[in-house]
Design a protein around this ligand. Structure first.
Ligand code: GDP
Length: 605
């Protein structure tokens, strides 16, 4: 029934192997190592590759991996037990050799292996005869929260209890279905929070100015007084048709010249707040230690002289999972991270609290660092230079839903490119939303006020085919020898099929170098849902064998989420796409690169 059982060291030496067929299994085992073990995605101990299922167990003390492979169509109920039993038997039998680091000896394990296999098979048969028990709540689907159910509710309490209620709601499949209106409510509520935040900032400034109305004074709408007789001044001011008036938004342009020069070079990393946790490393005195423990106090109970077992760690890991969920990490990801920590800790002896805290922090940090480090680097400056050498412009398409900060962040990226000596053409391909072209025009004027002549706008008004305008813009950029084309597209909901099809067409026709998805950190896991659906829709509607989907993420409004940075973790985990830029405010310099350290720091607070 089993095709393969292999025991190898993390360094790659095969200690013992059993194979029941003459098939070649190395591609599947290599895929497991590459995509799961090296990626720290070892929470779930099962991995499918082609027609095979591979299950594995890690031994952290001796740095070993135990892998079993069998045909995916088989339902083998004993594999977990079997892996466990083989693991324990092998450790016990060869502990002296393993302790001595001797990996290249003749491990005569076949007899023991066959015996355990027989025992497990008969155990599985006896289990099959026992009448089925009802599933416990923990085993049920209800206890496993999905990304969608992570969306925060208005006025939601952060307590564990309320988290459970949300989980239940999301998973009762039809009983308490989440309507799109509810999701809209959440987004609206979050936006209102942001508006409040910004308003507070504004109020502070208003208070300073003498004569400003008290914020408490009731605001009453004043009736408009229309001019009587031949006075046409009001009428003229209402005529927006002439070109000068169309640029009204630009009248107040006063270039923030102090910004010039600030964005030269690579995008700077998000700053890590001053890290009090360093005191943990310095063997703090008792009262200090209490103050700086934070989430690590969960692990107090793990101090001891015995090797850690899964059972002993479980309560602490459950608490860690809740902590991550409270930081907006989707539950399935929080589970996987905790299991990955468990897999790394199991079998270790942690004598002091300090060593427990250090190990947990190091393990989780390491896992998150790997998770957040993109598999693929997106280096726009280098790639744009490369395109320039080839005599063509480098084309970037921005997509996302309305209001997430697409044009603002496009302008920030434009500023950064210009600061690095590149000339940019902005293509106004949002031919849908009234005001979108004017908004970009304002940005282009502001940018040119800072760097004269560096940015051009390509616009053709509204209602036209966006894919065609983008193609013309790219041609215009090539003629004008512009280095980069930034294509703004219409905001669209991920479920709007005609608009998604239009976006897929724009991408197919223009074959951009980079497709960036712009999502708000503010709406947390809603952004994950958007990204997943955008990717899916781009693949579905592209009518190409090798569709161009999203290459990277711009995560905006990061300045408004305090330490609830879980969405960043979820987005990278679920899609494997790198977060290329993080928007941290409303000025051109508020653009940063994601720094895994900063995210880990916020998560562990
Ligand atoms: P679009 O409809 O996606 O093009 O969105 P806009 O670019 O018009 O941005 C919508 C609002 O979000 C504007 O008020 C922006 O100033 C604001 N905004 C964009 N990015 C950020 C950011 O990183 N932080 C904050 N606080 N606000 C942002």
């Amino acid at each position: 029934m089993l095709d393969l059982f292999s025991i190898f060291s993390k360094g790659g030496i095969v200690l013992w192997c059993f194979q029941s067929t003459s098939d070649i299994f190395s591609p599947s085992v290599n895929a497991l190592i590459r995509s799961v073990i090296l990626q720290e995605r070892s929470g779930n101990n099962s991995f499918n590759h082609n027609a095979l299922t591979l299950q594995y167990k890690l031994d952290n003390e001796f740095e070993l991996v135990f892998v079993v492979a069998y045909q995916r169509i088989l339902q083998l109920s004993y594999v977990d037990k079997f892996l466990n039993d083989v693991h324990l038997e092998f450790r016990d039998k060869y502990k002296n050799e393993l302790r001595g680091g001797r990996h290249i000896i003749d491990f005569d394990f076949k007899t023991a292996f066959d015996k355990i296999l027989r025992e497990c098979e008969s155990w599985a048969k006896s289990q099959a005869k026992i009448p089925k028990q009802m599933r416990t709540f923990e085993d049920s689907l209800k206890s496993k929260k999905t990304v969608a159910s992570m969306i925060e509710r208005k006025g939601e309490e952060k307590s564990k209890k309320s988290v459970k209620i949300v989980e239940n709601k999301a998973l009762t499949n039809g009983k308490v279905e989440e309507s799109p209106e509810m999701e809209d409510d959440v987004i609206a509520a979050n936006r209102a929070k942001l508006a409040n935040k910004l308003a507070k900032k504004g109020q502070k400034e208003v208070k300073k100015s003498p004569g400003a109305k008290s914020p408490k004074a009731e605001r009453v709408k004043q009736p408009r007084v229309w001019a009587l007789g031949g006075d046409t001044r009001d009428l003229r001011s209402l005529d927006f048709s002439d070109d000068k008036d169309a640029d009204r938004g630009d009248l107040d342009i006063s270039p923030d010249t102090h910004l010039v020069g600030q964005m030269a070079g690579a995008i700077r990393d998000l700053e890590v707040e001053s890290d009090e946790s360093s005191s943990e490393d310095d063997e703090p005195s008792a009262p200090q230690q209490k103050k700086s423990l934070g989430v690590f106090s969960i692990f107090k109970g793990l101090v001891g002289s015995k090797a850690l077992t899964e059972e002993a760690m479980r309560p602490a890991l459950d608490k860690l999972r809740d902590h991550l969920i409270a930081k907006n990490v989707a539950a399935d990801i929080a589970n996987k991270l905790c299991d990955s920590v468990a897999a790394k800790l199991e079998g270790k002896v942690l004598g002091t609290f300090d060593s427990v805290a250090k190990t947990v922090k190091a393990t989780l940090t390491e896992s998150l660092m790997l998770l957040l480090s993109p598999k693929r680097r997106v280096d726009i400056l280098r790639d744009a230079m490369h395109a320039k050498e080839q005599g063509r412009p480098y084309v970037v398409v921005f997509c996302g839903v309305n209001g997430v900060g697409k044009s603002t962040n496009l302008a920030k990226i434009c500023f950064w490119l210009v600061e690095n000596g590149l000339s940019v053409l902005v293509a106004a391909c949002d031919t849908f939303r009234a005001g979108a072209v004017e908004q970009l025009r304002t940005h282009v004027r502001r940018l040119n006020a800072l760097h004269p002549g560096a940015v051009r706008l390509y616009e053709k008004g509204y209602g036209k085919d966006a894919a065609g305008i983008a193609a013309e813009a790219v041609r215009a950029a090539a003629d004008a020898r512009a280095d980069v084309v930034l294509v703004d597209t219409a905001g669209r909901m991920q479920d709007n099929e005609p608009l998604m099809r239009a976006l897929a067409k724009l991408i197919k026709v223009n074959a951009p170098d980079l497709v960036l998805f712009v999502g708000e950190a503010l709406v947390g896991n809603e952004a994950v849902d958007q990204l997943v659906k955008f990717n899916q829709a781009l693949a579905d509607h592209s009518s190409s064998a090798d569709p161009h989907v999203v290459d990277g993420i711009v995560l905006t409004k990061f300045d408004t989420i305090d330490d609830k940075v879980g969405a960043a973790v979820s987005m990278t985990y679920i899609t494997g796409q790198p977060i290329v830029f993080v928007g941290t405010g409303q000025t051109y310099t508020d653009l940063k690169a994601l720094n895994a350290n900063a995210v880990v720091h916020a998560l562990m607070k």
